[in-house]
Design a protein around this ligand. Structure first.
Ligand code: ATP
Ligand code: MG
Length: 571
């Protein structure tokens, strides 16, 4: 493939695919994305989706969506539906080609009989523990099962009776007859079928009480679908000989090739579905779509765009090197996207009233501001401006620290998109707490510099009479350590103890500019000076709920989170 400016970045799998196609090995590239419907998809899956669907797009091939549904106890139709919605949301299309491994149960059963007939599979009566002890270790070979030499007729009979539900769970398995002394433990007569009676499968109902294992199902499903390149994560490298063994010894129509790449690990996040399931089940997050979750549903609710996630997947690339990607990389992908696309708005998160004493009581002007500093196609927004305004408490300091450029007693500041004001007086309640500022406006400063002096600071504001009430949810990283659960030296840490106590701070009574009154769930904005935010589906008129997607700059570890959480507890 010739490299052009628009060519997607190359990587070893793309090179293999290009070479195979150039050599005429296949007419057409066929890949698949094979999720198990036992949870929601996460950002790690996005890497696999972008790779499989992306290659199919780039080479005019096709990518199948195949549910790997051989473990009915943990799977359910909610996950099937959520996975389809998430893949579509990411921007990929499987057309008609959505499949379930369970579609092939009958064919897989026939393949198993074929192996029995070739004396390459047998019914084994060892239970799970015995099977383990016969298996040997990395340094010692295994021992043959006493049931290994059963006749074809006996194996056929027992296998049929396993299917008929005559035997209890765990009492018998079907095993491949390969080599108990193989240095690769996966080849020591691996289990192909196990009995699971009494479970209702979400696709096949009560039709089966015998379920094939992943190692048997996956290669044969790939072959039945005509998959040419079966891309999976590195932990399956040791399973590849078994993958190839299944393809070789069963009469399948095509010969797929397994290629492994490294999985995505992300700092301050976990990808294990087991742990994500636990977070949801134990109520440690609000659900699979909690905006702190690394799930696609969570990222969507957080305000991430499909384009940013695809861009992130391109940036991390595809290699065989195990690594952990910095959270900052994901955050910068969404910042870059939203900086270019998100309309600007002003929202005061911690309101402090300012009364402009020289502004006429009833006068309410309408100023105008661009919706986007660089993209004039987005037009302008009207900004009501009156005698009473809200500013952020953090933009005023009675005793300013060194270098503080915002409002101070007797000092001036520019209100963004409006005038310069001067703080004239502090109003306190009976306990002495500051409740309001009195200020004066310089009428000659709309759109121009004040005369004879420089005013450095610029702050955002909202006109009190036109403000829209909002709740703002400040989301941060779910975990406070880059490798959650890893523990200190020696490992063995408790992942729950690594949760970030400040991962959510809810601010109520926030004041949004009037133009946000009609904002709809899913719309995204830059709140000037604060970050990127999206309207949460919890929003109901007239009160809006916004989720913080990401701060404007990488402030992780700096004071911001700590300050917000102190304020929250003080409320
Ligand atoms: P878990 O171990 O948490 O249950 P899984 O890998 O079993 O995750 P599946 O639903 O079986 O989850 O994954 C579907 C596909 O997505 C597989 O091909 C798998 O290799 C890939 N995948 C899963 N997690 C990642 C990840 N972190 N990075 C890249 N690919 C991944
Ligand atoms: Mg899996």
């Amino acid at each position: 493939m010739s490299e052009t400016a628009v060519a997607p970045p190359t990587h070893f799998i793309r090179q293999i695919v290009a070479a195979d196609l150039a050599a005429g090995k296949h007419e057409r590239l066929v890949t698949r994305f094979p999720p198990e419907p036992n949870g929601y998809l996460h950002i790690g899956h996005a890497k696999s989706i972008a790779l499989n669907f992306g290659l199919a797009q780039d080479f005019q091939g096709q990518c199948n969506l195949r549910f790997d549904d051989t473990n009915p106890n943990k799977e359910n139709p909610e996950f099937v539906a959520a996975i389809q919605a998430d893949v579509q949301w990411l921007g990929y299309d499987w057309g008609e080609r959505v499949f379930f491994a369970s579609d092939y149960f009958e064919q897989l059963y026939a393949f198993a009989l074929e192996l029995i007939d070739k004396e390459l599979a047998y019914v084994c009566d060892l239970n799970a523990e015995q099977t383990r002890s016969y298996r040997g270790t990395l340094t010692e070979p295994g021992r043959d099962s006493p049931y290994r030499e059963r006749s074809v007729a006996e194996n056929r009979d027992l296998f049929a009776r396993m299917r008929a539900g005559e035997f209890e769970d765990g009492t018998r398995t079907l095993r491949a007859r390969i080599d108990m002394a193989s240095p690769n433990i996966n080849l020591r007569d691996p289990v192909l079928y196990r009995i699971k009676r009494g479970v209702i499968h979400h696709q096949t109902g009560a039709a089966w009480c015998l379920y094939p294992t992943y190692d048997f199902t996956h290669p044969l499903s790939d072959a039945l679908e005509g998959v040419t390149h079966s891309l999976c994560t590195l932990e399956f490298e040791d399973h590849r000989p078994l993958y190839d063994w299944c393809i070789e010894h069963v009469s399948v129509p095509t010969r797929p090739r397994q290629i492994e790449f490294s999985r995505l690990n992300l700092e301050y996040a976990v990808m294990s579905k087991r742990i994500l399931t636990r977070l949801v089940a134990d109520g440690l997050v609000a659900g699979w779509d909690d905006p702190r979750m690394p799930t696609l549903a969570g990222l969507r609710r957080r305000g991430y765009t499909p384009a940013a996630i695809r861009d992130f997947c391109t940036r991390i690339g595809v290699t065989k090197a195990d690594n952990r990607v910095e959270m900052g990389l994901l955050e910068s992908a969404i910042r870059d996207d939203l900086d270019a696309s998100a309309p600007r708005a002003m929202v005061v998160l911690r309101p402090l009233k300012v009364v402009l004493e020289n502004w006429p009581n009833e006068r309410l002007d309408t100023l105008e501001a661009p919706r986007h500093p660089k993209n004039s196609d987005l037009g302008t927004r009207p900004l009501p401006f009156g005698r009473e305004l809200w500013i952020d408490r953090q933009d005023f300091a009675e005793q300013p620290p060194k270098g503080f450029k915002r409002l101070v007693p007797g000092g001036e500041v520019r209100l963004r998109n409006a005038y310069v004001i001067r703080c004239e007086e502090l109003i306190r309640d009976a306990s002495g707490a500051l409740i309001e500022l009195r200020a004066s406006v310089d009428f000659n400063t709309l759109g121009r510099n004040p005369e004879g002096r420089k005013v450095k600071g610029v702050i955002h504001w909202v006109a009190a009479s036109a403000a829209v009430e909002a709740e703002v949810r400040l989301y941060d990283r779910l975990f406070q350590t880059p490798t959650p659960g890893a523990g200190g030296e020696g490992g063995g840490g408790d992942i729950i103890a690594d949760l970030n106590p400040d991962s959510l701070v809810v601010l109520s009574g926030c004041k949004a500019e009037a133009s946000l009154g009609s904002a709809q769930p899913g719309e995204r904005f830059q709140f000037e000076r604060e970050g990127y935010f999206t309207v949460d589906p919890d929003s109901t008129e007239p009160s809006l709920v916004f989720n913080r997607t990401v701060t404007l700059r990488d402030t992780w570890g700096k004071q911001v989170a700590a300050q917000d959480s102190k304020r929250q507890t003080a409320r």
